[in-house]
Every structure is written in C-alpha cells, then in structure tokens.
Design a protein around this ligand. Structure first.
Ligand code: GAP
Length: 448
C-alpha cells in the first residue's frame, strides 16, 4: 500500500484533500492523472452497461435527497454502524471491526457498549436553519433510481426485464475511514438496478454475478485475486434477500470491491402508493405519502407487478485501488537497475501516448512532434501529450510509472523518412513505424 500511495502522490493520481491545512480524514482529491484514470474506468462501466445493452438506460439524479425518500427506503432507521468509545484514550471505533474487543488506539478493553451511529450526512436547505428544512447527502445512488422508476418507464417505453444505471457521488459519515481510498466518506458508486419479473430474480442474480466478474477481468483485475462471498442471512442489508460480495485481495486484506444484491420488491414496494392493491412480497415500509404507483404491466399476463431488482453496485475508488494494485510492477532490469511500471489496460491509461522530440530546442523536430500529437489527439481515444523535456530516458521512466502504453520518439530519421520510433511500455521493445500509420497503430493498441 505504501508504494501505491507514494506513486499516487508523486505522479499526480491522488492527493489528500485539503492537505495544505493538514488534510481531512476520509477525503481524497484526484489529480491530473487520477481524474483521467477515474473517467476511463467510469466510461468502461457506462459503455458495458448502457451502450452494450439496449434494455439499460442511464440516469444522473440529484445528490441532495428529500428525507422522506430515505425514511421510506429504510435508511433513517437502519443505515448505521455499531460504535464504541474507548474510556481510556477517548477514541471512537466501529465495534464490528475490532480485534479481540480491544481499542486499536491504546489497546484498552475499557470500551462502552456498542450503539448505532447513523452514517448519513445532513445539510440545511434554504436560508432558515430551523432543523426541519434539511436534506440528506445520498448514502447510495440507488434511491433516486427507484424514485425515477415511473419517469424512465414512461419516457423510454421499457418492458421487463430492463435496467437503470447511474454513476455518481455517495456520502457516508464512516466512523473510521481507513486504508487510503478504500473506506472514505465521499466516494462514487457505479450502480445498476436491473428490474425483473418476480420469480426470475435468482436466475438473473447469478447471471449478473458472472457478467460483473468478467467485466472486472477486462479491467485488469485478475480472477485469482477475487473471491465471492455469499453474505450470511444475519449480515444482509435490510432490503436484501441475498447478496454476493465480490471480494478482492487489496494490499491491506481481502475486502469488498462490489456488492451484487437481490433487493426483491422492497424499494419499489416501499415507495409505491396503494401498496395493498399490489402483490408485494417484501416486508415494505408502509403508510408512505408517495403519489405514484411504481409498478409495471407484465407483458405476458397483463397484470401489474412490482418488479424484483438485482443490483450490482461497485465503488469507483475501490475499483481504482484494485486496478492500480494489479498494474503496479517493480521489475529488475538486465543492467542491474529497477523500473516501476504500471501495466494498466490501455483503455484505462491516463495518457494513451507520449510524443517525444529527440532534441527539445530543435524547431523541426518539435514541430513534427506537435503535428503527430495533434493528429493522434484527433482520434479521441484519450489524452496524448507532447513530452518535450529533452531527456528521452527520463521520459520513458515517467511514462512507465504512469502507465502510458506507447512512447513515440521523433528523431532525425523522422524528418528524413517520415517514420517514428515506437516504444512499448510492457516489453520495452522499439519499432520503426511510418508516421502515416501511427493512427491505426494507436487505435489497435488502445482498442485491442
Ligand atoms: N446500493 C447498494 C450499496 O450502496 P454497499 O455495499 O453499501 O451497497 C456498494 O456499497 C459499494 O460501494 C461497495 O461495494 C464499495 O465498493 C462502495 N463503498 C461503500 N462504502 C464505501 C466507502 N465508505 N468508501 C469507498 N467505497 C465504498
């Protein structure tokens, strides 16, 4: 973990938020390379969900949430972790994460009884802070998908099975944020709510577990470092009938990367009006003030049903940590030196190619390099940069460390023969390529 944290800071992937004032626990900022990597990961998820499935629609809903939504979702009552205080050193901890019931700070066993601590952040809405006019910062993106169910169905004419997907911020006032970006208070989720006919839910649950495992592998997360955890009944969230957690061997241990839950008809059922007219199976929150029936007609029976929902929910930050951990390599070279290389999948790399003129003050070389950069940038594959430091070796080292798949050197042969030297990050092999063929070469490298 220390090596990853150091690389992230040194090369501009991730910084502690508000560092110049001592930072803030559980908050991180993504720097110039981090934001590219994060956007690429989100884009890969978005494409795999929405562009590759005509029966999945996207959504971008508000973060500030009407408290009524989170009351009827069950979050006001149940979204809490058990908290204890250490009487010795006055620190606070999550009691379910303690080892041997000891305070991790001072080792004392003199702890208070655990009490529930609700993880939702509240903020005031409007100019008068009278305690009533508040909103929650959403603790999951899912609820706005459920409350928009009818809007999406009506505007896109969907029939079952279909999904609504969303990527966005979620906030949790974690008692003990820890392990770099693994457990933070502000993070992003990539969530799909996939609505199915009741009775077909278990089959769809299995299918989505398989789809998600294969997707993580495509992002470079090796299946050997993943384990599935069938969450026992007494550990399930209040809405879940069954959850499979995708566990990854993070540098600090085996922990959850993504949760895939069968949320049944709990959420739509809890938010729907006229619950008694519908055949809802879950133990829903009743007496709500919803003015909408969140149900859909089954095409075969013509009956109104509240669909069951399968929810693959992945954290962006945990995804980045897993992907960086997989990609990080310290290699021993033949000349006795070492190199750090980030073997990211090319579609995730923050920079797709660096164009490097051999001499930084040679106008002809620099101009040709600029032209090459501009022509590759036009392909819209991601960021291409002109690296004009005049030190090729240093350029290669930097780009190995940040995971740039290709370095393209423009030298005197380039001026004479219209060729460039292309160096591959992983093999370090160099090839001479005609400049006119560079576009195709790059497309193949990035898209596979
Ligand atoms: N809508 C379902 C839901 O929110 P969850 O298991 O609580 O389920 C889903 O969260 C995913 O969100 C987790 O698998 C994890 O990747 C991410 N996540 C949850 N809490 C987090 C935190 N405090 N910091 C970073 N990521 C978190």
């Amino acid at each position: 973990m220390d090596d990853l944290v150091s690389l992230c800071k040194r090369r501009g992937f991730i910084f502690q938020s508000g560092e110049i004032y001592g930072g803030m626990q559980g908050m991180y900022d993504f720097g110039p390379l981090g934001v590219e990597l994060k956007n690429n990961l989100k884009q890969a998820w978005w494409s795999s969900m929405i562009y590759e499935n005509d029966n999945i629609e996207g959504l971008d809903a508000s973060i500030l949430s009407n408290p009524t939504v989170l009351k009827y979702s069950g979050h006001e009552d149940t979204f809490s972790d058990p908290m204890v205080d250490c009487r010795e050193c006055k620190s606070r901890w999550r009691s379910d994460l303690l080892e041997d019931d000891k305070c991790p700070g001072c080792g004392s066993k003199d702890l208070t009884e655990p009490r529930p601590f609700n993880l939702m952040f509240k903020t005031n809405v409007g100019p008068i802070d009278d305690g009533d006019s508040f909103a929650y910062l959403r603790p999951e993106t899912a609820q706005q998908i459920f409350t928009n169910f009818k809007n999406v169905v009506d505007s896109s004419s969907k029939t079952l099975p279909f999904g609504i997907a969303q990527i966005g911020k979620a906030f949790r006032n974690e008692i003990t944020p820890r392990n770099f970006i693994f457990r933070v208070r502000e993070f992003e989720q990539m969530e799909l709510e996939f609505f199915v006919i009741p009775g077909t839910d278990e089959e769809w649950h299995k299918k989505w577990v398989e789809i998600r495992l294969s997707w993580w592998e495509q992002q470079g997360v090796c299946s050997e470092n993943i384990e599935l955890y069938d969450v026992p009944k007494d550990e399930l969230a209040h809405y879940s009938k069954g959850t499979i957690d995708v566990m990854y061997k993070f540098p600090h241990g085996l922990e959850e990367l993504e949760g895939i839950a069968n949320r049944t008809d709990f959420d739509l059922g809890s938010h729907t009006k006229n619950q008694e007219e519908l055949n809802i199976s879950a133990n829903v929150m009743d007496n709500n003030s919803s003015n909408t029936r969140l149900a859909i007609q089954d095409q075969e029976t013509n009956k109104w049903v509240v669909p069951f929902v399968i929810e693959p929910s992945a954290g962006v930050e945990r995804g980045i940590l897993a992907i960086m951990n997989e990609a990080y390599n310290l290699e021993q070279l033949d000349n006795g030196k070492e190199r750090i290389v980030l073997k990211l999948k090319p579609h995730l790399s923050p920079i797709k190619a660096a164009v490097i003129p051999l001499k930084k003050n040679n106008e002809d070389l620099v101009n040709l390099a600029k032209n090459v950069k501009n022509s590759l940038q036009k392909l819209n594959l991601g960021r291409i940069i002109l690296e004009n430091t005049g030190n090729i070796g240093k350029g290669y080292r930097r780009h190995d460390e940040i995971g740039t798949p290709l370095c393209i050197t423009i030298d005197f042969d380039s001026l004479e023969n219209q060729t460039a030297t292309v160096r591959d990050r992983d093999t370090m092999l160099q090839e001479t390529i005609a400049i006119e063929n560079l576009q195709d070469y790059l497309i193949k490298k990035i898209n596979g």
